[in-house]
Design a protein around this ligand. Structure first.
Ligand code: GTP
Length: 417
C-alpha cells in the first residue's frame, strides 16, 4: 500500500488499484443496516390559517389517519386566544423501515383580528427545540439524544390567486433562518391551471423580493443526470399546488383513486397532471427527507448554536490545545465566569444607583409639594387673620358695646317675641 501524502503535509492523494476484494465497498450496506435497526425520527410542522386542509394533507402524505376527522367548527368564543402549539407523534413502518413521525400543528395561526405576532410562539417553539437539543449535547452522557428539532415547515398559502399576504411574508421572513420552509398553495383545486401558474410566479417573486430562503432540493457535482433532472423538476414545482384527500373515489373510467369528486369530474391527488402532491411527497419523504434532516442539523441548528453560544459569552477555541487541555478550558471558563460576575455586579450597581436617584427625586418632589402646601395654608391663615382683624376693627369703631351687653340684649329680644 502506498500511503497518502499526509505526513509530508501535502494535500494530494495517491490513487491505488487494489489487488483483491478488501470489503470496504460494503460500508454503505453496513450504514443501511444500522440505520434500519435504529429507525428514523422526523418532525414536520404545519402552519397556515384554519381550514386550509393541513390535517387532510398530512394524512394524505403519510397515508395514515394521524389526524382524526374534525368535530364541527366550534363557536369563536371557544377558540384559543393565541396561537397554540400541538404535536402528534406516530410510529409508522414501511418495508421494515421504522419512522417516528411527529407533526407539530399550530392552531390559531392567522385566525385573529390582529395577527401581527402570530409568528412569535412558533419561533419560540422552534428555538426551544434547539435549546433542548443543545442541552442534551452538553450532558455528560449523550448516548440517547432525542432529536425533536423541526426538520421541515409546510407553510399553507391561501388559494387567493393574488399574491402573498403580509402575514405570509412576515412569517416566512421570521422563520426562514430557523427551519426548512416549504411553501404550499392549499386547496389548489379551487384555482384553474392558469391561475395556479400566475399565482406561483407572484409568490416566487415576493419570496425573492424579501430575500426569503426556501428549501431547495440540493444537487451535487458528482451526481448523475437523472438525479439532477429530478431535483430540477421538483424545484420547478415550488410552491407546490396541492390537493389533499384521504378518501377513495371512483373515476369515470372505473378506477379507485385518492381524490375529490366534483360534479364535473374527479381531482386525483396522485396524478401529476392534476396537482403537485406527488412532487411534494418526493421532496418531503421519498428523496429528500434525509437532506432536510441534514440541512437542519448542519446549517440551521449550527448557525443558531453558534449565535447562542457567542451571545452567552463563549469564545471560539483558538487552538486545538485548548480543546484537549482541561486546565486551559477550566481557566477559560473561570475567566468567563469572572467576566460574567463583574458584568452582573456592574449591572446591579447601575440598577441600585438608578433606584437611589429615583427615590431621591421622589423625595425632593414630595418635599417641594409639602412646602408649597405649607405656604398655601400659611397664606390662607394670614388672610383669615387679617380679615378677622379688619372685622374687629369695624365692630369696635361702629358699635362700642361690650360683647356681654350685646348678648343680653339679644336674649331679651328673643323673650319678647
Ligand atoms: P384546522 O384544523 O381548523 O386548522 O383545519 P385544517 O387546515 O387542518 O383543515 P382540514 O384538513 O380539517 O380541512 C378543512 C376542510 O377542507 C375539510 O372539509 C376538508 O375536506 C377540506 N379540504 C382539505 N383539503 C382540501 C383540498 O385540497 N381541496 C378542497 N377543495 N378542500 C379540501
Amino acid at each position: 500500500l502506498v500511503p497518502t501524502a499526509h505526513t509530508a503535509g501535502l494535500s494530494s492523494v495517491i490513487r491505488k488499484k487494489l489487488m483483491g476484494y478488501v470489503g470496504f465497498a460494503n460500508l454503505p450496506n453496513q450504514v443501511h443496516r444500522k440505520s434500519v435497526r435504529k429507525g428514523f425520527q422526523f418532525t414536520a410542522m404545519v402552519v397556515g390559517e384554519s381550514g386550509l386542509g393541513k390535517s387532510t394533507l398530512i394524512n394524505t402524505l403519510f397515508n395514515t389517519t394521524l389526524y382524526p376527522p374534525k368535530e364541527p367548527i366550534s363557536p369563536a368564543a371557544d377558540r384559543p386566544k393565541t396561537v397554540a402549539i400541538e404535536s402528534i407523534g406516530a410510529d409508522i413502518e414501511e418495508n421494515g423501515v421504522r419512522l417516528h413521525l411527529t407533526v407539530v400543528d399550530t392552531p390559531g395561526f392567522g385566525d385573529f383580528v390582529n395577527n401581527d405576532d402570530s409568528w412569535k410562539p412558533i419561533v419560540e417553539n422552534i428555538e426551544s427545540r434547539f435549546d433542548s437539543y443543545l442541552e442534551q449535547e452538553n450532558r455528560v452522557n449523550r448516548t440517547k439524544i432525542v432529536d425533536n428539532r423541526v426538520h421541515a415547515c409546510l407553510y399553507f398559502i391561501q388559494p387567493t390567486g393574488h399574491s402573498l399576504k403580509q402575514l405570509d411574508i412576515e412569517f416566512m421572513r421570521r422563520l426562514h433562518t430557523k427551519v426548512n420552509l416549504i411553501p404550499i398553495i392549499a386547496k389548489s383545486d379551487t384555482l384553474t391551471d392558469e391561475e395556479v401558474t400566475e399565482f406561483k410566479e407572484r409568490i416566487l417573486s415576493d419570496i425573492a423580493h424579501h430575500n426569503i430562503h426556501i428549501f431547495q432540493a440540493p444537487t451535487y457535482d458528482n451526481e448523475d443526470e437523472e438525479t439532477i433532472a429530478e431535483a430540477e423538476e421538483i424545484a420547478g414545482k415550488i410552491p407546490f399546488a396541492v390537493v389533499g384527500s384521504d378518501r377513495l373515489v371512483n373515476t369515470p373510467d372505473g378506477r379507485q383513486v385518492r381524490g375529490r369528486a366534483y360534479p364535473w369530474g374527479v381531482v386525483e391527488v396522485d396524478n401529476e397532471e392534476h396537482c403537485d402532491f406527488v412532487k411534494l411527497r418526493q421532496m418531503l419523504v421519498r428523496t429528500y427527507m434525509e437532506e432536510l434532516r441534514e440541512y437542519t442539523n448542519d446549517v440551521l441548528y449550527e448557525n443558531w448554536r453558534t449565535e447562542k453560544l457567542l451571545s452567552m459569552g463563549v469564545a471560539q477555541d483558538s487552538s486545538v490545545f485548548k480543546e484537549i487541555n482541561p486546565a486551559a478550558r477550566l481557566q477559560e471558563e473561570r475567566v468567563l465566569h469572572d467576566t460574567k460576575l463583574q458584568k452582573m455586579e456592574a449591572e446591579m450597581k447601575m440598577v441600585f444607583q438608578q433606584k437611589v436617584q429615583e427615590k431621591e427625586a421622589k423625595l425632593k418632589q414630595s418635599e417641594e409639594e409639602l412646602y408649597a402646601r405649607h405656604k398655601e395654608m400659611k397664606d390662607a391663615l394670614e388672610k383669615q387673620r387679617a380679615d378677622l382683624e379688619d372685622k374687629k376693627r369695624k365692630i369696635e369703631s361702629g358699635r362700642p358695646l361690650t360683647p356681654e351687653k350685646s348678648s343680653t340684649t339679644r336674649k331679651k329680644g328673643f323673650l319678647r317675641t
